[in-house]
Design a protein around this ligand. Structure first.
Ligand SMILES: [Zn+2]
Length: 170
């Protein structure tokens, strides 16, 4: 059997020897259920191929769904998973101790979803900020009292977090 290399550079090392070992064809985005009012529209499907990098051993997919499509209507909510809050609470305890966090320090969660992880930092008196591009879940976090920027994390967002002036434009 001949190895089939994917037409890509490894996402980690940039190597060009990423071998396809699993091709599941075109698949819908996970968790993206079609609401009844949109059931007549075609469900978007994307290639789902998995490759192995012979240079650094990273296993990876070769196709990236455009982020605007992935996060325009995002159905997954962290807080509905029973075990996640306990896991995030343990993580918050470990990280605040490891980094010597003091009351008033800032914790930023990139891809903060509904704020479930940030809520676990409340007992430590830290300032909290979520960055979440999916407007529907960012609103859930804000409603729960977690300050959240509803946008993608990028250089402009980072600059705004470091020195808030005007809200970032995009
Ligand atoms: Zn690699």
């Amino acid at each position: 059997m001949t190895a089939k290399l994917l037409d890509m550079a490894c996402r980690s090392c940039g190597g060009l020897r990423v071998e396809l070992f699993l091709d599941l064809g075109d698949q819908p985005h996970c968790n993206r259920l079609i609401p009844p009012e949109l059931e007549s529209e075609a469900e978007p499907r994307y290639p789902l191929r998995v490759g192995f990098c012979h240079d650094c051993t990273l296993v990876q997919i070769d196709y990236t769904i455009p982020k605007e499509q992935m996060f325009s209507r995002y159905p997954y909510v962290s807080g509905t998973t029973r075990t996640l809050p306990a896991h995030f609470a343990d993580t918050a305890a470990r990280l605040t101790q490891a980094y010597g966090a003091q009351a008033g320090d800032l914790v930023v969660d990139i891809g903060s979803n509904d704020g479930t992880a940030l809520k676990q930092y409340r007992p430590y008196g830290l300032r909290l900020l979520g960055v979440e591009p999916a407007a529907n879940v960012a609103e859930m976090a804000a409603t729960a009292g977690i300050p959240t920027l509803s946008r993608f994390f990028n250089e402009d967002t980072a600059a705004y977090i470091l020195e808030p002036k005007d809200p970032p434009s995009s």
